[in-house]
Ligand binder design. Structure first.
Ligand code: 4AD
Ligand code: MG
Length: 431
């Protein structure tokens, strides 16, 4: 007997196969049961006939509770009308474990109920499609990095110091009297890696004790952070643009069915093939003023400001050269204008806002020391980081891409909480 999965049924038309899955739905008539079997790779309708099974075997199959685990044996039939193009003419149905009454039904559950049942919610069709897209995004990133000869260098999660400001640090008791922090970003370690390997990246969980309750904030999220030696802001912007185009192309090519399940507007995604506009912060502020939007030069963009700017372009837009006050201590100043930092944010279209933040790093020892002092950061904690400027400093840069925000935009989802398997937020750490 061939054991297979729903997504491979096309290779077995006319054969008898064995599928293992869960009962996701059922319709019954006097003579037939239509059992919808979900196995993670897809869903297939299995037809059980009273005539073939006999009354005694047929009757109980009309009462198996939803989400019971099943093994179904049957003959694969091609059927253009069926979901996925195939159906199974069942010859045997065995219950592995009969489910209790399943808490999630087709009726509308509120987000809180669903989040509290996340361990079960993940089984639903939309969530499966979303996790497949997330997987594709991660795979595309790793492929892109490999093609460009970047080395994967994993950054630590316990860290002795802040990277992105001290207000969003999670403290952890680290033996005796020491305090450690959950990493906010692997960047500083990637700078060390770039000086060792030229081009390096990390991809892993990062943590922000962010008390913001918005649709874009998680306290634990995944970030991809490439870093390149001998590179300036333009190189960083080129890499960010190529990366986003590669990621979107991979999802369009390999996850069309999942985008369809999510009813994603494909045309909007296809516009990402065109060049991305690049504007300076100052130009962005001017554009906001032209649209009658109030904003004072010097401040950081909030969600509303980002939404306005990104609504002006169908492609992701790169905004560069922010006022240095709103950016982190490690950003290099613009040699043309000392008020500005050589940073770049990439805003996703359709109002999704920032998905990438990065730029060129300060590579001068004295300036960096001064910057640490100005930001109230201890030089002692950053001694190792300063060493990178002592021993063969070079211009370098990179960025961080938020995985969940990127998936949220590409999949057309409203809230990042659905774009990570088990979201951690201000008021949620269960399940
Ligand atoms: O802009 P951020 O804070 O940049 C850094 O951490 C740099 N050290 C990265 C680097 O240059 N290597 O964060 C980068 C990205 C943001 O653009 C956003 O996509 C995501 O990380 N991000 C969050 N995603 C979900 N929830 C949060 N609370 C996030 N904070 C940042
Ligand atoms: Mg940022």
């Amino acid at each position: 007997m061939t054991r297979t999965t729903v997504n491979h049924l096309g290779d077995h038309v006319g054969e008898t196969v064995n599928l293992e899955g869960w009962l996701s739905n059922r319709r019954s008539s006097k003579k037939l049961h239509f059992l919808l079997l979900r196995d993670g790779s897809g869903t297939v309708q299995c037809v059980v006939s009273r005539e073939k099974f006999g009354d005694e075997a047929f009757e109980p199959l009309g009462h198996i509770p939803y989400e019971s685990s099943l093994t179904i044996e049957g003959v694969v039939k091609a059927d253009a009308r069926a979901q996925g193009g195939y159906e199974l003419e069942a010859t045997d149905v065995r219950v592995i474990s009969e489910a209790q009454e399943y808490p999630i039904s087709n009726k509308d559950h509120g987000p809180d109920f669903l989040l509290s049942h996340r361990h079960l919610w993940l089984r639903s069709r939309k969530q499966v499609a979303l996790m497949r897209i997330r997987d594709e995004v991660l795979r595309a990133i790793r492929g892109f990095m490999h093609d460009r000869e970047f080395l994967c260098i994993d950054a630590p999660i316990f860290t002795p110091n802040a990277c992105e400001g001290t207000s969003t640090l999670f403290e952890v008791n680290y033996f005796d009297d020491e305090t450690a922090f959950l990493t906010q970003s692997g960047q500083l370690y990637m700078e060390a890696a770039a000086m060792a390997y030229g081009k390096a990246y990390c991809l892993g969980p990062t943590f922000r004790a962010e008390k913001s309750k918005t649709r874009r904030h998680l306290t634990e999220f995944w970030m991809w952070e490439p870093e390149m030696a001998h590179s300036d802001l333009d190189d960083v912007m080129d890499l960010a643009e190529d990366a986003l185009r590669t990621i979107v192309e991979a999802v369009l090519t390999n996850r069309g069915e999942d985008l369809e399940v999510l009813k994603r507007d494909i045309e909007a995604l296809e516009r990402v093939r065109e060049p991305f506009p690049r504007i300076s912060y100052t130009e962005a502020v001017e554009k906001m003023h032209e649209k009658g939007h109030e904003f004072e030069w010097g401040g950081d963009f909030g969600a509303r400001d980002e939404a306005l700017i990104s609504s002006l372009y169908p492609q992701p837009v790169l905004i560069h050269r922010y006022p240095q006050e709103v950016k982190a201590f490690y950003m290099k100043r613009d040699p043309q204008d000392d008020r500005l930092a050589l940073g770049v944010d990439v805003l996703a279209p359709e109002g999704y806002g920032e998905v990438i933040g990065g730029g060129q790093r300060e590579d001068d020892l004295d300036l960096l020391q001064g910057r640490l002092r100005a930001h109230g950061l201890s030089e002692e904690a950053f001694a190792w980081y300063l060493d990178l400027r002592r021993y063969g400093s070079v211009p370098h840069g990179g960025f961080g891409l938020g995985i969940e925000r990127t998936v949220c935009w590409i999949a057309g989802i409203e809230h990042v909480r659905e774009c990570i398997p088990f979201p951690r937020m201000l008021y949620r750490i269960y399940p």
